[in-house]
Design a protein around this ligand. Structure first.
Ligand code: PXG
Ligand code: PLP
Length: 435
C-alpha cells in the first residue's frame, strides 16, 4: 500500500487486500474502461449495473457541463427549477400506465427508504394507520440504509447491525436449482413461492401489513429470475389484502430486461417503483420513486398550505442530476436502448449457456442483458473461486461482478455481438484455469 491510499475507507471492499494490490480505473468510453497504464477493460457490468448507454456519451457529458455553468444548485424544498419538472415528466412517460408521480432521491438506497415511508404514510392518510408491517424477501437487496437493510435478505449485510427495524418479516426466496437449473429466461417452476405471502398474512393478519417489496429480478444476490407467473401471483395476493406492492427496479429499470421497466417486461404493475442507476446513466448520482396517481392523491387531502409528505433530501432533484437524466433518457430514446436488450437476449443467452460445460458451473441464468453463472464453492472457502475468476478476467481485460460464488453480467445496452463473444471467451478461459 502506498501512503496515499491510507485515508480512503473503501465501501464493500476488502480494504487491506485491495490496497496491497489495487485495481484502478482511470478512463472510460463506450464499452471500455482503461487502467491508468492505458490497458483497455471491457465493461461486462455497466460499471455497477448503471451505465446502460455506455460511458462518456457526448450528450450527457455536455448536459452536465452546461448545467454546472448555468446553475449549480437550487434548493428543492418550497422551491424548484424547470429541469426537475421536465425529468419527472419524461420518467412518467416511460413508466407503466397510471404510474405518473416521480419523487427524486440520490441513490437506490434512498429510493427504498422513501418508498417504505410513502407506503406507511399512504395507509395512515387513508385511516389505515394499523398497517405498519413491511415485508421483504430472503435474498433481496434493497440498499444499505436501515429500512432497506431490514427488508433486505442478505445475511452478510444484516448480521453486523443489530435488530434493525421492528415489524419486518420476509417471504422466502425463489431460487430453486433442483427444478430450475440452466433455465433460459424465466424458470418454469416456482410461481407457488408467492403463496408464502399468504402464510405471513395468516401469521400477522393482513390488516397489519403495509407493503411488500421485491426486486423483479434479484441482482445483488446472484441474478435470481422470477419464475413464470410468480410476480402475477404476488400482485393478486397484495390486491386481495390491500397490501401495496413495491418493485425495487434499481437494477431492472431503464432497459436492463428488454423493456423500460421490469414491470413491463413481466406484465405486472406495482403501486410504487424504486429506481436509480440507469436514470442518469451513472453519471451523476440520482434515484427516484415512481408512484401510482392514487397514492399521490391520498396525500393531497389536508389544507393546501401544509406539507403533505415530510420527507426529502438536500440534493433531491439536483440540477446536475436532472440535466444528466434528461440527456440520458434522450440518448436511450434516440438509440432505442430501452428495448435493445430484448433484441440481443437470444444471442446473449445462447452464448452464455455455451459455458455450461466449463469446470465448476452449477447453473446459468439469464433475462434481457443480465446473466448469472453460479459456481460450485471451494470446500471451506465460499466466494473465493468466483473471486479468482474475477481476477483472471480483469487480467485478461474484462470487468465482471461476483457475489458469493455467482458471477453477474450486466453489460451496457449498447453492446455488440463481438463484445458478447469476448466476454464469453474470456470467461471460458478464466473458468478453465481457475482451481
Ligand atoms: N435496490 C436494488 C435492487 C439494488 O440493486 C439498491 C437498491 C441500492 O442502490 P444504491 O444506489 O444505494 O447502491 C441496489 C444497488 C452488486 C451491487 O454487485 C448492486 C447494487 C449496489 C452495489 C453492488 O450486485 N445495487
Ligand atoms: N444531518 C444534518 C445535520 C443536516 O442538516 C442534514 C440536512 O440538512 C442532513 C443530515 C441530511 O442531509 P441530506 O439532506 O443531504 O440527506
Amino acid at each position: 500500500m502506498t501512503a496515499s491510499m491510507d485515508a480512503y475507507w473503501m465501501p464493500f471492499t476488502a480494504n487491506r487486500q485491495f490496497k496491497k494490490q489495487p485495481r484502478l480505473l482511470a478512463q472510460a468510453e463506450g464499452m471500455f474502461y482503461r487502467t491508468p497504464e492505458g490497458r483497455p477493460i471491457l465493461d461486462g457490468v455497466a460499471g455497477l449495473w448503471c451505465v446502460n448507454a455506455g460511458h462518456a456519451r457526448p450528450k450527457i457529458v455536455q448536459a452536465i457541463a452546461e448545467q454546472a455553468q448555468e446553475m449549480d444548485f437550487a434548493p428543492p424544498f418550497q422551491m424548484a427549477h424547470p429541469k426537475a419538472f421536465e425529468l419527472a415528466q419524461e420518467v412518467a412517460k416511460l413508466a407503466p400506465e397510471g404510474m405518473n408521480k416521480v419523487f427524486f432521491t440520490n441513490s437506490g438506497s434512498e429510493s427504498v427508504e422513501t418508498a417504505l415511508k410513502m407506503a406507511l404514510a399512504y395507509h395512515r392518510a387513508r385511516g389505515e394507520g394499523h398497517r405498519t408491517r413491511l415485508i421483504g424477501r430472503e435474498r433481496g437487496y434493497h440498499g444499505v440504509n436501515f429500512g432497506g437493510m431490514s427488508v433486505g435478505g442478505m445475511v452478510g449485510n444484516r448480521k453486523m447491525f443489530g435488530t434493525m427495524l421492528g415489524g419486518v418479516d420476509h417471504i422466502r426466496h425463489t431460487h430453486d436449482p433442483a427444478r430450475n437449473a440452466f433455465s433460459v429466461g424465466q424458470p418454469a417452476h416456482g410461481a407457488e413461492w408467492a403463496d408464502d405471502l399468504e402464510r405471513l398474512c395468516g401469521l400477522h393478519d393482513a390488516s397489519t401489513i403495509a407493503a411488500v417489496i421485491v426486486e423483479p429480478v434479484a441482482g445483488s444476490t446472484g441474478v435470481l429470475i422470477p419464475p413464470q407467473g410468480y410476480l402475477q401471483r404476488l400482485r393478486e395476493i397484495c390486491d386481495r389484502h390491500g397490501i401495496l406492492l413495491i418493485f425495487d427496479e434499481v437494477i431492472t429499470g431503464f432497459g436492463r430486461t428488454g423493456a423500460p421497466f421490469g414491470a413491463q417486461r413481466f406484465g405486472v404493475t406495482p403501486d410504487l417503483m424504486t429506481v436509480a442507476k440507469g436514470l442518469t446513466n451513472g453519471a451523476v448520482p440520482m434515484g427516484a420513486v415512481i408512484a401510482q396517481q392514487r397514492i399521490y392523491d391520498a396525500f393531497m387531502a389536508g389544507p393546501e398550505h401544509l406539507i403533505e409528505f415530510a420527507h426529502g433530501y438536500t440534493y433531491s432533484a439536483h440540477p446536475l442530476a436532472c440535466a444528466a437524466g434528461l440527456a440520458t433518457l434522450a440518448t436511450y430514446a434516440e438509440e432505442g436502448l430501452l428495448t435493445r436488450a430484448a433484441t440481443l437476449e437470444g444471442y446473449f443467452a445462447e452464448q452464455l449457456h455455451s459455458l455450461r460445460d466449463c469446470p465448476h458451473v452449477l447453473d446459468i441464468r439469464n433475462i434481457g442483458l443480465v446473466g448469472g453463472i453460479e459456481l460450485a464453492s471451494r470446500a471451506g472457502a465460499p466466494a473465493l473461486r468466483a473471486y479468482d475468476v474475477f481476477l483472471g478476467c480483469f487480467q485478461q481485460g474484462l470487468l465482471i461482478r461476483t457475489t458469493g460464488d455467482t458471477i453477474a453480467l450486466s453489460p451496457p445496452l449498447i453492446i455488440e455481438r463481438e463484445h458478447i463473444d469476448q466476454i464469453v471467451a474470456t470467461l471460458r478461459q478464466a473458468l478453465t484455469r481457475v482451481a
